[in-house]
Design a protein around this ligand. Structure first.
Ligand code: ATP
Length: 653
C-alpha cells in the first residue's frame, strides 16, 4: 500500500533519524521541523487553490458558518496582562531557553533537588498554575525558561484543561502551538493517573502530523513538558523498520506521535498496543490545513472513522491546530456575506465533521488580519526574470546572516546550487529528491553556520524551527498565500525580528497580487533598496557563473548519453552502428571544445572573484571597505557592525 507519509521515498531505517536529530539539538538550538521529501509536494500546492473539499458525513455536514455563534464561541485575544516580574529567579530561569530541549532529553533521569527551589518555584509557577497546568509539567516548563505562556497557550490552556473542551486553534507561525495542545494533554493524563482512571502503558493520546520530522519535533516538545512524569512517547512514521516499530510499541507508550500513512498501516496490522481505541482519550492534529490536502486526508479520514466507530469513549478530547487554518481574504469575507461557498470554511467544516468534535468546539483564532507575524519585516524586489540571479547575488553578498531561500522547483535549486557554488556562496540544498540523511546533514550544517545558506523547495516551508534565521528569500513567488505565510514564518519566530523578501519578475506579478489581496494588504510590500551601480559591478561574475554552469551541464549530459549507448551495447553484446560511432566521435570532439571553453571561463571567474569590489554606496549608507567576495565568513566579520538588510529598509522608510 502506498504510504502517504511525506517521506515515502526514503527507504532508510528510522533508527538513523533520531540520533541525527539529537545531534542537531546539541548544536544549540531548541528544535526544528522539516517537511521532508514527498511525492509531488511541489505539485500539491498547485491544486490548493482549485481544491474544494466535500462534506461526506451528512449527519455532521455543517459548515463553519452554519454553526451557531454560541457553539463556535470564537475566543479573541484579550489585552495582555502586565507581566509580573518574579521576585526570585529559579535556577532554571537563569539558563537560556535555547539549550533546553537538549537537557529535556539528556537529563531526564537526573536527580533534581526540587526542595532547594521550592520557594521560587511557588512564585514562578503561578502564571502557569492559574491556567490549571499541573505542577510536574510547570516544573519542566520553568526549567526550560518558559516563564510564561505564549498568547495561544494562555487562551487555550484553561479552556482545554479546566473546561475539557475540544479546541480548534489557529495562531501565527512560531507562536508555540505545539505546547498549546501538548500541555493540556499531559496535564489531563497526570490527573487521570492520580484518579486511577488510567494506568501507565495505556495508549491514551494520539497526535497526527504530516511529516516524520514534525513528528520527531513534537515528541521533543512533549519531552520538554513531561520531564517529571513517567509518560513514554513514541514516534511512528513512514520509513521506520518493522522491528524498530515493534520495539517501540512493546514499551507501551502512552503517547504516540504519528504520520497518517504509517499509523493507518499499523491499525490494519492489528497491533496489540494500538488496537484498543477505547482508552484513547486525546487526539490532536497538527498542521491541519496540510493534513486535509491530497496525500494525507485519505488515510486521516480512515483513521478518524475507525477511532470514531468506537463510541465507548465519549469523553475523548480533540485538538486541531494550524497557522493558516482560518486564512481569509476580504474577498472571502464578502463571499461569506453573500452565502457563497468558501473553500477555507469548507475545509474546516470537513475536518470538524471527520474528527467528530463535540457539539461546542472552541475556536481560538489568533491569526492576524495581515497573516504574518508582527516582528516580520516584508519586502520585495522587482526585477526581470533573466536578472534574478544578479539581484540574488547582490543581496547575499551585501547582507550576510543565516538565510533560507525558497524556490518552486527542484530544477531551480539545482541550477542555483551550481551558480552559487561557483560564486563561492556555499549553498546547501534541501529537496525531496535528496536522501533523508543528506537532508538532515544539510540542515545541521545550516543550523550551525552563522552565515549558512539553505536553498529549499517548499518541503521546508512548514514547521522548521531553527533559531536565528535572519532572512527568508522567496526566489520565486510562492504558489499560495498559505505557503508565503509558512515560508516567511521560518524567521521572526517567538518574538524575534526577521526579514522576508520576495523576488518578483513580471511574469509573477499576478501571483504576487493575489497573495497581497489574500493578506488583506492595502499597499504593496515595500521595495527593498537596490544600489544599481553596485549591482552592475556584479553582473559579469554572475553571467560567468551562469555560463560555466550551463556548459558544465551540457558536457555532463553528452557524457551521460554516450556512456549509456556503450553500456547498452555491451549489455546486449552488439556492436554500435557506424553512424552512431561517427556521431559519438563528433560529439566527443565538440565536448572537448566545450570543456576547454568551460575551463577558460572558470579561470576568468576565479580572477574576478579575487579582485576586491569597491562599494561606494548611492544608498546613503556607509560601506567604505572593499568587499571580499569568495569568503562569506570574512565578509560577515567585516560587516559585523555594518548595515543589516533590516537597517537598510528602516533607513529608507
Ligand atoms: N511558553 C513559551 N515560552 C518560550 N518559548 C516557547 C514557549 N512555548 C513554545 N516556545 C518555543 O517557541 C518556538 C515555536 O514553537 P512551535 O514550534 O510550537 O511554534 P508553532 O506555532 O507550532 O510554529 P509553526 O506554525 O511554524 O509550526 C519553539 O522553539 C518552542 O520551543
Amino acid at each position: 500500500m502506498f504510504d502517504h507519509d511525506d517521506d515515502d521515498n526514503d527507504d532508510g531505517d528510522d533508527l538513523d533519524m533520531a540520533p541525527n536529530f539529537e545531534k542537531m539539538r546539541g548544536m544549540g538550538f531548541i528544535c526544528w521541523r522539516e517537511i521532508p521529501a514527498t511525492n509531488g509536494e511541489d505539485q500539491e500546492d498547485k491544486q490548493l487553490s482549485k481544491k474544494k473539499t466535500k462534506l461526506k458525513n451528512t449527519k455532521d455536514k455543517r459548515k463553519l458558518d452554519e454553526i451557531e455563534p454560541d457553539e463556535q464561541e470564537i475566543v479573541t485575544p484579550v489585552k495582555k496582562a502586565k507581566k509580573k516580574k518574579p521576585k526570585k529567579k529559579t535556577r532554571s530561569n537563569q539558563t537560556r531557553a535555547t539549550s533546553t530541549l537538549q537537557t529535556a532529553d539528556e537529563n531526564k533521569n537526573e536527580e533534581v533537588d526540587t526542595t532547594a527551589n521550592a520557594d521560587s518555584f511557588d512564585i514562578d509557577k503561578k502564571v502557569w498554575s492559574d491556567l490549571h497546568v499541573s505542577d510536574d509539567i510547570i516544573r519542566s516548563l520553568l526549567e526550560q525558561n518558559f516563564s510564561e505562556p505564549t498568547p495561544i497557550q494562555r487562551l487555550t490552556l484553561p479552556i482545554a484543561i479546566r473546561d475539557h473542551q475540544d479546541i480548534i486553534g489557529a495562531a501565527e507561525t512560531g507562536s508555540g502551538k505545539t505546547l498549546a495542545f501538548a500541555i493540556p494533554i499531559l496535564t489531563h493524563m497526570s490527573t487521570l493517573l492520580e484518579n486511577n482512571e488510567m494506568s501507565y502503558g495505556q495508549f491514551t493520546s494520539l497526535i497526527l502530523t504530516p511529516t516524520r520530522e514534525l513528528a520527531v519535533q513534537i515528541k521533543s516538545h512533549i519531552q520538554i513538558a513531561c520531564r517529571y512524569t513517567k509518560f513514554k512517547t513514541a514516534v511512528i512514521v513512514g520509513g521506520m523498520s518493522t522491528q524498530k516499530q515493534e520495539r517501540l510499541l512493546a514499551q507501551k507508550p502512552e503517547i504516540i506521535v504519528a504520520t497518517p500513512g504509517r499509523f493507518w498501516e499499523l491499525l490494519q496490522e492489528n497491533n496489540e498496543h494500538t488496537m484498543d481505541m477505547s482508552k484513547l482519550r486525546f487526539l490532536a492534529i497538527d498542521e491541519t490545513d496540510r493534513m486535509i490536502e491530497k496525500g494525507h486526508f485519505e488515510e486521516l479520514e480512515k483513521i478518524l472513522k475507525l477511532i470514531n466507530s468506537d463510541d465507548s469513549n465519549q469523553s475523548r478530547q480533540k485538538f486541531i491546530f494550524s497557522a493558516t487554518l482560518m486564512l481569509q481574504s476580504s474577498d472571502d469575507k464578502q463571499k461569506k456575506k453573500t452565502k457563497k461557498k468558501n473553500d477555507n470554511q469548507d475545509k474546516l467544516a470537513t475536518l470538524i465533521s471527520a474528527v467528530g468534535m463535540n457539539a461546542k468546539p472552541k475556536i481560538i483564532d489568533l491569526t492576524k488580519k495581515f497573516g504574518t507575524v508582527e516582528t516580520l519585516t516584508e519586502a520585495r524586489v522587482n526585477c526581470p526574470l533573466e536578472e534574478k540571479d544578479i539581484y540574488l547575488y547582490y543581496f547575499l553578498s551585501l547582507y550576510p546572516g543565516r538565510t533560507l531561500l525558497f524556490t518552486n522547483s527542484i530544477d531551480c535549486i539545482k541550477r542555483l546550487q551550481s551558480i552559487l557554488t561557483l560564486l563561492k556562496r556555499n549553498p546547501l540544498p534541501l529537496h525531496a529528491q535528496m536522501e533523508q540523511k543528506q537532508r538532515l546533514n544539510n540542515l545541521e550544517r545550516f543550523s550551525s553556520s552563522e552565515n549558512g545558506l539553505l536553498i529549499a523547495t517548499d518541503v521546508a516551508a512548514r514547521g522548521l524551527d531553527i533559531p536565528n534565521i535572519k532572512h527568508i528569500i522567496h526566489y520565486q513567488v510562492p504558489r499560495s498565500t498559505e505557503l508565503y505565510i509558512h515560508r516567511s514564518g521560518r524567521t521572526a519566530r517567538a518574538d524575534r525580528q526577521g526579514l522576508s523578501i520576495m523576488f518578483i519578475c513580471p511574469e509573477e506579478v499576478f501571483l504576487y497580487r493575489k497573495i497581497i489581496k489574500t493578506l488583506n494588504r492595502d499597499e504593496d510590500l515595500q521595495a527593498f533598496p537596490i544600489d544599481i551601480t553596485y549591482l552592475a559591478n556584479l553582473k559579469q561574475r554572475v553571467r560567468l557563473a551562469s555560463d560555466i554552469s550551463r556548459l558544465h551541464h551540457q558536457v555532463a549530459k553528452v557524457t551521460h548519453e554516450a556512456s549509456w549507448y556503450h553500456k547498452a551495447a555491451k549489455e546486449l553484446d552488439i556492436e554500435l552502428d557506424d553512424n552512431i560511432e561517427d556521431i559519438e566521435k563528433a560529439r566527443s570532439a565538440n565536448t572537448k571544445e566545450v570543456q576547454k571553453k568551460e575551463m577558460q571561463l572558470r579561470n576568468e571567474l576565479d580572477l574576478l572573484l579575487k579582485q576586491p569590489l569597491k562599494y561606494t554606496s548611492s544608498l546613503n549608507v556607509s560601506r567604505s571597505y572593499p568587499l571580499l567576495f569568495g569568503d562569506p565568513d570574512q565578509l560577515a566579520s567585516r560587516r559585523k557592525n555594518d548595515t543589516t538588510a533590516l537597517d537598510e529598509l528602516k533607513h529608507r522608510s
